[in-house]
Design a protein around this ligand. Sequence first.
Ligand code: SF4
Length: 281
Amino acid sequence: MAFYKITYNGKHDFATVHNYGCTFRCPICSYRIMSGANGTPGLAYPKPERYLTNDEIKNALRSVSPSSVRFMGGEPTVAKALPEMLSFVKNELNAGTMLGHTNGSDLSLENLDAANVGLKAWDEDVHKFITGIEKEKIYGNFEKAAERGMRLAANLIYVPGLVDIDQVESVAEYLSSFNGIPFHIMGYIPVPGQPYRRPTSEEMKDVQRIAKKYVKDVKYSHLTPEQLLSMEMKDDRFDVEVIAGQGSPRMLTSAVKAWGPFSEIFTEALHDTALPERRVE
Ligand code: SF4
């Protein structure tokens, strides 16, 4: 698909370029919280009215000259303009680049400094059920990116009855074989039409405690829909202005964006360790 909106956070000096579309169709995709049980997973709702041209994206980014640019969206690597934009940000803006969230479909892009990868499950059958593809492809991409020295963060949605504590533990154990990758566990927020429940507070504490046996930096989020919708009032990293693409899906600056690939956007807020620190000179 394509990029349709750009936001800028002046306080933290980063821009976010938003994509529409995804490579997966996860049944628990929280875009469905907005689009309903019959909505298409991976597609924000409502659909953008139009997409940005490459020149529009570049001009908007030039106008704020951010220290770093994050590419997000259902899955930002499906945007055809991404390679050109990564090159532009690195070589013309001299800024850091990051996949603010990604499902790990493609981590081999040039000019990409960091990625925040949403792993979906550890058990092969559950991974296939959620994503439609073999787990090896995503985990293999993750390993190759780590070998190349990419700055990585990982996250996983803890879904009682689907992605259970044993799977979270296995993912944490897997992450312990890498050097200092932060891990964010998201408590599932129920999606219309799906049979799974939100974990309890005690379960979230348990799952963090278990993951910490393997990974030093483990955070978790356990938000209600209402809390998520008010995140921008609580966290100034969500306090952004739209600098291109007005008229796209409503509430995108925080809520709808968060509802979609929420496993990743929480990590965006909480794991800035994955970002290039400042402008690359
Ligand atoms: S949960 Fe994420 S990876 Fe899965 S369909 Fe939704 S946006 Fe795509």
